[in-house]
Write a protein that binds this ligand. Sequence first.
Ligand code: SF4
Length: 62
Amino acid sequence: MYIITIDSEKCQGDGDCVEACPAAILSVVDGKAVVSGAVAECLGCEACVTTCPHGAIALQEI
Ligand code: SF4
């Protein structure tokens, strides 16, 4: 299980993470990336973390 933290100050709403996420749990809403799906489906692959050009996403395993 993972906690996905998206810094809304850093997020520019590019949507790169949405495209990269193999679990399809991320969306851009009102110009900001959010976890819109079931966080339990996160694979912990860190694709969102590494894809974001703004360093807005952090992942923590719990
Ligand atoms: S770590 Fe992988 S599965 Fe989890 S939200 Fe990021 S891209 Fe999606």
